[in-house]
Design a protein around this ligand. Sequence first.
Ligand code: FES
Ligand SMILES: [Fe+2]
Length: 425
Amino acid sequence: MDSTLNDTLTRVGRGTPMGDTIRRYWIPALLSFEIPDADCPPVRVKLMGEELVAFRDTDGRIGLVQEACPHRRASLYFGRNEECGLRCVYHGWKFDVKGNCVDQMNESRQFADKVKLTAYPALDLGGVIWAYMGPVGKIPAPPKFELTQVPETHRYMTKVWQECNWLQALEGGIDSSHAPILHRKLTADTTEPGIPFDSPFAQGAAPDLEVENTDYGYRYFGIRPMGEESTYVRGYHFVMPFTQLRPTGSAKAIVDGHFWVPMDDYNVMVYNWGYSYDENPLPSEESALRESGNNFYTDINVENGFRSVLNRDNNYKLDRRIQKYETFTGIRGINAQDRAIQESMGPIVDRSQEFLGPSDKAIVAARRILELAVETVKDGGDPPGLAPTYYNIRSAEDLFPKDADWHKGLIARMYPATPVSAKSP
Ligand code: FES
Ligand SMILES: [Fe+2]
């Protein structure tokens, strides 16, 4: 890939080709619990290179507005959230959730109707506050992934700040071949998190990949020979522009997934989530483990912008003894392992220096779809994945006899006829 295309695909500021493309979708901006109640304290949100604050007004409506006060640029993070508006504490200008200036305490002759704050439409769905930052009149259907339609007891939703460009985090997530290597346990006799030693994922051979384009992105399969007798197939979805659904490696009716949301060109908020789609809530020990970070042990510092205590400043607390005897990396936690490796590639990986192989097929496919979407938007068209065709998708996996036709059976499970969203009123 040449450097110009690398720039196009990775940079997300307002007015950049990819920035304009991603702004056509609903974008996760923060977790719902960060602004739990009416008149709660405002929180800072860094999204798509923009500095914003989020708050919930007296009537419970969500405000997602520019952080800098339009008067003389003081931060509205320090503002007072009072009586249906956020008031700048410097000179008392006050703004409603739509960005209208409704009061100016320091002016004897007010001109509030001439002042406007950038404000984005937002909705609260599935434990996430979603923002629409694109052109007026082009708001897509709400992002009703099946995840958002299950009861709260059936879902977990976490996020962690990662210090690299969003695209290399996404590519790390859709890269199936690394998982049983980077996340390998060296022994069954360890309490460290990792891909279970005796699972088909760990026991299978290196995969062949098949990618099939869809109108929302693509679905793809990691196909791994298991001994002489069987084939282990994992079926995933990539939903434009930054969502993945993946099988969990357990027999339960659970889907795992991620949103890789650009904070700016050099930082990404990684949303880690999962849900159960049958009548069983997520087992509490499972939720606890997952909610404590990213599926496994990591300690997320909410006050510090959701940065993990395992970070580049301390080499993710890499333990060389554990690396020798227990896990492939010696770093504790699957997502911490991903984060360490993806951040090690640099703030924006130089894709002109790569040496790709067939196992990178899904990554190449994602880049191509993103590139085409950018061109489409530049020409005034709609990128793929705006229509609600992804509402009924699930990941799935199974073990098949060696020469069986696995495709049909797996596809039926990846597009259930009655997803939870169809059952809810
Ligand atoms: S800077 Fe906000 S009111 Fe003056
Ligand atoms: Fe990984």
